[in-house]
Design a protein around this ligand. Structure first.
Ligand code: NAD
Length: 256
């Protein structure tokens, strides 16, 4: 029987490539996005998240082998609270909402797209992370909009998301379900292009060159996600795998 996999953010960039690669592998895919996908839902709102989760459960019909969470916004989006709404609250709603059906399917797993920014040294111990941990969406949004720093919203949302993935890997592992995060560096997608073109962050993003000296391609991320969903990755859980051309090792050589 072919595997059934839900992918958010399947309408563009990494999500679209992952959906295509998994379909070519014989998997059944249910893509969720604002547009260009099987199901349209706005993951920045509680109603849109619930609609997406409910539609996924209905589509799964008792069998869900994989969940891939790609829907996300970059640092240049305004207001900054919108970044946290999609990147953290949108993703955690799917993690929580689809656990039950994943746990009823043998060898199931989830892959969550975080970012190399999640581990950025000046972003890993911010007080706002406590508000994310309390799931206080109104408070997180209020703090982010008051500071009005897109990159703070982006990095904190991805740090909080990775913490969430790692915390969930304990109860999920006991239920036989794996969950991992993937931390891309700069990958050629519309999101990266928007960042490179941004008047405020563009120069910093363009100068953020990893040791391998190039940006990554979506199929490189898709191959990693495909591996993590497979039984070849059957003992990998609760980790964050960097796919960043060596960027994290360059920034934090002594942290691992
Ligand atoms: P992308 O813009 O091509 O794809 C992101 C998708 O998320 C889009 O299809 C978009 O419509 C969807 N999305 C945004 N807001 C949404 C909402 N409210 N509801 C539903 N869907 C929504 O970008 P990408 O680079 O492929 O991004 C995929 C993931 O990778 C994101 O989580 C991003 O933060 C992360 N990431 C990207 C890079 C990079 O350099 N491209 C680096 C690190 C992490």
């Amino acid at each position: 029987m072919s595997r059934k996999i839900v992918i958010t953010g399947a309408g563009s960039g990494m999500g679209a490539e992952i959906a295509q690669m998994l379909k070519a592998n014989g998997d059944q895919v249910f893509g969720i996005d604002l547009k260009n996908s099987d199901f349209s839902a706005d993951l920045s709102t509680p109603e849109g998240r619930q609609k997406g989760v409910d539609a996924s459960i209905a589509w799964a019909n008792g069998q869900l082998d994989g969940l891939v969470l790609c829907a996300g916004l970059g640092s240049s989006v305004n207001p900054p609270s919108l970044i946290a709404k999609v990147n953290y609250f949108g993703a955690t709603a799917f993690i929580d909402g689809l656990f039950d059906v994943l746990s009823k399917t043998k060898n199931s797993s989830a892959v969550v797209i975080s970012s190399v920014a999640a581990a950025q040294p000046d972003m890993i111990n911010l007080p706002i992370l406590e508000e994310y941990a309390k799931h206080d969406e109104a408070k997180v949004c209020q703090l982010l909009d008051a500071q009005n720093i897109g990159h703070l919203a982006y990095a904190s949302s991805k740090n909080a998301l990775t913490r969430y993935v790692r915390s969930k890997s304990i109860p999920w592992g006991r239920a036989g379900v794996r969950i991992n995060a993937v931390a891309p560096g700069a990958i050629q997608t519309p999101l990266l292009q928007a960042g490179m073109d941004d008047p405020k962050y563009g120069e910093a993003i363009r100068n953020f060159v990893p040791p391998l000296g190039r940006v990554g391609e979506v199929d490189e991320v898709a191959k990693l996600v495909k591996f993590l969903l497979s039984s070849d990755a059957g003992y990998i859980s609760g980790t964050m795998l960097f796919i960043d051309g060596g960027m994290d090792a360059m920034i934090r050589p002594n942290s691992f």
